[in-house]
Design a binder for this molecule. Structure first.
Ligand SMILES: [Zn+2]
Length: 162
């Protein structure tokens, strides 16, 4: 089911749009290599006609599969816009495209879903990254080891930092 409504149905009533939009129609693949969407978009929207515009309000939900930007672990992320709204002008330069009395909400929904993508997906806020990664913060750089000597690896790191 595409995310369409017929403007003729708005004359005297509010139209409810509730269901799923196939993720292929939402077309959000390839936006971020750490984020995949393969389940449908769930929507529960109310569409209300006004004199010069159409107001759409409601809930959007999309399950994402993310890869942690620090440790590369895969995790599920539910993107939910609980009170999404969109005002579609019926006149002027930005007026909404009407095809056979129907308006397709997909481009508007897509834009806001993409804006709501996690910018830097993390499996958990405190993720410390891969265990094999450089021990950041474990010991201040340049601090002497127990023997009073810098290990060769630390000495190399210090050179790099300088
Ligand atoms: Zn992580």
């Amino acid at each position: 089911m595409p995310l369409l409504f017929n403007i003729r149905h708005l004359d005297h009533q509010v139209v409810t749009l509730r269901g799923e939009l196939p993720v292929a129609e939402l077309d959000v693949g390839g936006i971020d290599e750490l984020i995949q969407a393969d389940s449908p978009l769930h929507h529960d929207l109310l569409v209300e006609g006004h004199e010069r515009s159409i107001l759409v309000q409601g809930r959007l939900e999309l399950q994402l599969r993310c890869e942690c930007a620090r440790c590369l672990k895969g995790f599920e992320y539910k993107l939910a816009l609980a009170s999404w709204s969109c005002l579609l002008p019926m006149e002027g330069e930005d007026k909404v495209v009407v095809n056979n009395d129907c308006v397709d909400l997909t481009p508007y929904v897509r834009e806001d879903i993409v804006l709501a993508f996690p910018q830097h997906p993390l499996c958990e806020p405190e993720c410390r990254g891969l265990p094999a990664a450089a021990p950041s913060g474990a010991r201040p750089l340049g601090s002497a080891s127990a023997t009073g000597e810098l290990s060769p690896a630390w000495a190399e790191l210090n050179k790099l930092k300088l």
